[in-house]
Design a binder for this molecule. Structure first.
Ligand code: 5GP
Length: 197
């Protein structure tokens, strides 16, 4: 038989933290806010693969201003539960952002180290402006303060899956955000991105 609950290795989809209607409602609000702020400007959305894929697809469709998109993939290294801030670019942008209004679209900001690296790296390419839109943030986990202009939801310190976020590359397709529940004896999964998160 299949595995309708999506469980594997003692881990399963737990409590729903943000259901589909709250998720889509908030994405529309963010789209309206960003559309107001970027009217008449030269907006480039920079999505961070793979986690931001679903969020970015919905966010860009809720914009009423013209935009271009580009994508980056990064991997960060760390210990079992902490990102180290050492980031490697697996896929770089295809286009130049020089003189343009860049909005980084992230799935989740945890320690903030990945975002700090991305901001430094992209600022060095001389965009006209650079801001961040993150679907989720975990303020309790923050190790470095990075400016996040647009935040979807602040969440507690739990490992979440769904709406682009994975566990072992699965669960990205859920249309809601849920907590990953770990059964007894299951190994903890790194918070870092061993591959493009
Ligand atoms: P940071 O550098 O902010 O510590 O790490 C950010 C990255 O860690 C996210 O983009 C994501 O890949 C991963 N991450 C952090 N928290 C979670 C979580 O709760 N669920 C999932 N699926 N990934 C997470």
């Amino acid at each position: 038989m299949g595995d309708p609950a999506g469980s594997s290795g003692g881990e399963r989809i737990g409590e729903t933290l943000i259901d589909s209607s709250r998720l889509h409602g908030r994405v529309s609000e963010l789209g309206a806010e960003i559309s107001r702020d970027y009217a008449g400007r030269d907006l480039v959305l920079v999505g961070v693969l793979k986690g931001a894929l679903i969020f970015m697809a919905d966010l860009m469709r809720s914009l009423s201003v013209p935009c271009e998109i580009d994508l980056m993939a990064v991997s960060s290294y760390g210990s079992a539960t902490d990102s180290s801030g050492v980031v490697r670019i697996l896929k770089d942008l295809d286009t130049s952002i020089n003189g343009r209004d860049v909005l980084i679209v992230e799935d989740i900001v945890d320690s903030g180290l990945t975002l700090q690296y991305l901001l430094r790296n992209l600022r060095a390419r001389d965009p006209a402006t650079i801001e961040v839109c993150a679907l989720l943030t975990k303020p309790e986990r923050r190790r470095v303060e990075t400016p996040i202009r647009y935040v979807g939801f602040e969440i507690p310190n739990r490992f979440v899956i769904g709406y682009g976020l994975d566990h072992g590359q699965r669960h990205r397709n859920l249309d809601y955000v849920a907590v990953l529940e770990r059964g007894q004896g299951s190994r903890r999964r790194p918070f870092s991105r061993p591959e493009a998160g």
